[in-house]
Design a protein around this ligand. Structure first.
Ligand code: MG
Length: 233
């Protein structure tokens, strides 16, 4: 009798693993087809996006996820699809006025995203289009505000935080330290553009990630491309 019970449990376990694998694979395919049909401007590499998707998929049942620096919504699609799959929510924080490097005359300025009447950057229309084409309007809650303003009355515990906002040391440090306080135990802090050496890129996010790690409250997980990851103890 016990042996039959064991066989039933083993079969259920196998089925659930297989189910998760097939389900995850289908969703990953659907992200690829969304991005192929509707190219989204952004600076996230495919392996980084897929890793974000996997991390959110394992975290989102514990609580909502949050990203800082949505821009046109490329990372939002990866995180949002995982949250949708788990019936969770993604808060997407961005003032949509662009970071320092997006301003006129700077390296990553994009004239398509410049509002000539207001004479300011405005990535929000492109971001809303992304939510519509990816069918994420019931999963992603846009917060059109600076990271600091969005956080000042924040109280919701989070299962995953992804930081890709301003890249100066001051801003990256404020984002990483400030938002990681809201992570649940076991929650994930993922930070984009982690470059250990100055010749690879700016040092702000890397120094900010290491400042959080130095608190002793986090474990370092493997980095994927420039995506650094910590898990709260
Ligand atoms: Mg980035």
């Amino acid at each position: 009798m016990a042996y039959i019970g064991f066989l039933c449990l083993r079969s259920l376990y196998r089925d659930s693993v297989l189910y998760c694998f097939i389900w995850g694979w289908c969703f990953s395919l659907s992200i690829k087809s969304i991005l192929a049909k509707h190219p989204i401007k952004g600076f996230l590499a495919e392996d980084e996006g897929e890793h974000l998707y996997s991390l959110a998929l394992e975290q989102a049942h514990l609580g909502p996820c949050l990203e800082v620096g949505s821009y046109c919504g490329l990372s939002t699609v990866y995180l949002g699809c995982a949250c949708k799959q788990k019936n969770s929510t993604l808060y997407a924080v961005d003032h949509h006025r662009g970071s320092e490097e997006h301003q006129q005359g700077e390296e990553y300025h994009d004239t398509d995203l410049y509002d000539a009447v207001a004479q300011e950057m405005n990535s929000f229309p492109a971001f809303r289009r992304t939510l519509r084409v990816a069918e994420l309007e019931n999963t992603v809650i846009p917060i059109v505000a600076s990271s600091k303003n969005a956080r000042c009355h924040w109280g919701t515990p989070l299962s995953l935080v992804f930081i890709d906002g301003g890249h100066s040391l001051e801003t990256a440090l404020d984002d990483c330290v400030g938002w990681s306080r809201f992570l649940l135990s076991g929650g994930i802090l993922a930070v984009h553009d982690i470059f250990e050496h100055p010749e690879q890129g700016g040092q702000g996010p890397w120094l900010a990630l290491n400042a959080v790690l130095a608190s002793g409250e986090f474990d370092l997980l493997p980095q994927v491309n420039s995506l650094g990851v910590l898990r709260k103890k």
